[in-house]
Design a protein around this ligand. Sequence first.
Ligand SMILES: [Zn+2]
Length: 265
Amino acid sequence: VAPRSQKIGRRGLLPDTHAHLDAAEFADDRTEVVTRACAAGVTRILAVGTDLTSSAAALALAEDHPPVFAAAGLHPTEAHKWSDESGGLRDLLGSRKAVAVGEIGLDFVRASATRDEQIRVFRTQLQWAADYELPVSVHNRGADDEVLDEVDGLPVSVILHCFSGSQAFAERALASGCLLSFAGNVTFPRAGELREIAGAVPIDRILLESDAPVLAPQPWRGRRNEPAYTRFTAETVSEARGVALEDLAAQVSRSADALFRWGTA
Ligand SMILES: [Zn+2]
């Protein structure tokens, strides 16, 4: 059964600010995935990298598909590649369609690199973002305090991707100037606290993303996610905020346009 979906509006504006479009899950239908996103009103997609190969792939996709833009960076679970890949990653940031540094951050749960190594790698990439005047898409797992310590006072727009922290952490992150980006998990039945947070974040500090191919929102939970489904996440967040979907989508688009300077859709 096709889920009911509200209209985003005739101009169709809704950016997906974090998708792993280079993932193997999209090998057979990547172009159709981008076409379906645009048809659903998701007219800008930030394809994020996790290492040099995937960042270069994200950038190649951006070159091939006008709605796609790229972020380049080394994910904390890939931090062991730093000495081999950092030079190449930095070079990618000079490309016309590279509009962010990411996915970077700290993962104290899953990553094999030590905390000190991860912090060093994260800190250097934050400095790249400052040098290139680009925003950063940040992965945080089990490192709330350390992430905020590292971004504190930097002249960089910081997006906490797939925000899933507590109310207290949300308040601290907002006080530090971060933007919170919500993914499909905000639609899950048990995510009541997360919906409350998404309902209360200042409108100019909220972004939406798919994190495809993982984390599909209801009603596609458990299946392959794709950027088009960002609209279901947007519906849930607009309900939590008590605003019309098209008003939320328009505001989020304005924020993303300002951050990524990727031109209005
Ligand atoms: Zn991601």
